[in-house]
Design a protein around this ligand. Structure first.
Ligand code: HEC
Ligand code: HEC
Length: 260
């Protein structure tokens, strides 16, 4: 081995190191290779070790098949077992930055383009807040979502917390948060990431200057018909009248009282 490291192997990519490393160092490195890899069969060629800052990497085991290419990452959720679905989510959130796509069934765009401050799939500020509370009670480190925490728009992605409201308002809340919050922000201000780019800005549904003179009739009309020349869509073929009334009840309760 010393001979090979010193003079190289002709006809292979193995070059000689006689001119770069001293004789003494060549002996040391050969000793190291023999001890670590040939005698101890050390596992330090693995990346996810405690030494590399990955204690208990086994906890991510459900994601391994996606990292190793055993399961293609564009496999649809309904074709995966519940455990595999969790593994895929872990992989997409925490591993793909380094592992890229180990294997896909269909080449092509696999990235979802999504605005940074718009809550990501499965993300819930409420859930995070509860986790954080539980953590600090147990003296653990705080579990803050740094991505949202760092964004000046993120606080507008939080819906007002409503307690003891009617089923109709809950329905309106669900419809608004699923369909309108994207532009108007979860808190109705339109000061979320997307909202700040639209021109004209989505109306601030909490601002008395606009909402002071708003009536239910006007709301019904504008939600049904949209506002031509702006990005405010017409919803009449999406929602029935009862659903639109639920949304109006929600706006009335959560953002600004509607007279008349
Ligand atoms: C900071 C970059 C990085 C991240 C993040 C990362 N990996 Fe790796 N991973 C690597 C490297 C580098 C290797 C070694 C690659 C090789 O040997 O080909 C590796 C190897 C692996 C291996 C092969 C066995 C081993 O331990 O070396 C598995 C399995 C694996 N990663 C799973 C995961 C999972 C699951 C996640 C997400 C929870 C993840 N990795 C996140 C860089 C990363
Ligand atoms: C694609 C972006 C977008 C979506 C989605 C959207 N809006 Fe709008 N909305 C706007 C914009 C932009 C305006 C402001 C237009 C203006 O200022 O002229 C607006 C205006 C409004 C207004 C004020 C109308 C007025 O006459 O003052 C109301 C109320 C409203 N939207 C409610 C909703 C509701 C309820 C939903 C969901 C069912 C919704 N919007 C979904 C972009 C959007």
């Amino acid at each position: 081995m010393i001979e090979t490291v010193t003079n190289g192997r002709s006809g292979t990519a193995m070059q000689g190191f006689a001119n770069t490393i001293s004789e003494e160092d060549i002996e040391l490195v050969v000793d190291f290779v023999r001890r670590e890899f040939m005698q101890n069969k050390a596992t330090n060629t693995r990346y996810h070790t405690v030494e590399n800052g990955w204690p208990n990497h086994e906890q991510y085991a459900p994601a391994f098949p996606f990292a190793l290419g055993a399961i293609a990452i564009d496999t649809l959720d309904h074709e995966l077992s519940p455990a595999e679905q969790i593994g895929k989510r872990i992989f997409m959130q925490s591993c793909i930055t380094c592992h890229d796509r180990a294997r896909v069934n269909e080449e092509g765009a696999i990235w979802d383009t999504r605005a940074v401050s718009f809550p990501r799939n499965q993300y819930s500020h409420k859930k995070e807040a509860r986790k954080k509370e539980a953590h600090s009670r147990s003296g653990g480190t705080e579990n803050i979502d740094s991505e949202s925490g760092a964004s000046p728009y993120a606080r507008h992605d939080r819906a007002p917390v409503l307690e003891r409201v009617t089923a109709q308002i809950r329905e309106g809340e669900q419809l608004f948060q699923a369909n309108c919050a994207f532009c108007h922000a979860a808190d109705g201000t339109g000061k979320n990431w997307i909202g700040s780019f639209l021109e004209p800005h989505p109306r601030n549904l909490t601002d008395s200057a606009n909402m002071g003179s708003m009536t239910r009739d006007r709301l019904r009309k504008v939600i049904r018909e949209g506002l031509p020349g702006t990005t405010m869509p017409a919803w009449k073929s999406v929602f029935n009248l009862k659903q639109i009334d639920s949304i109006i009840d929600y706006i009335d309760k959560a953002f600004h009282p509607i007279d008349g």
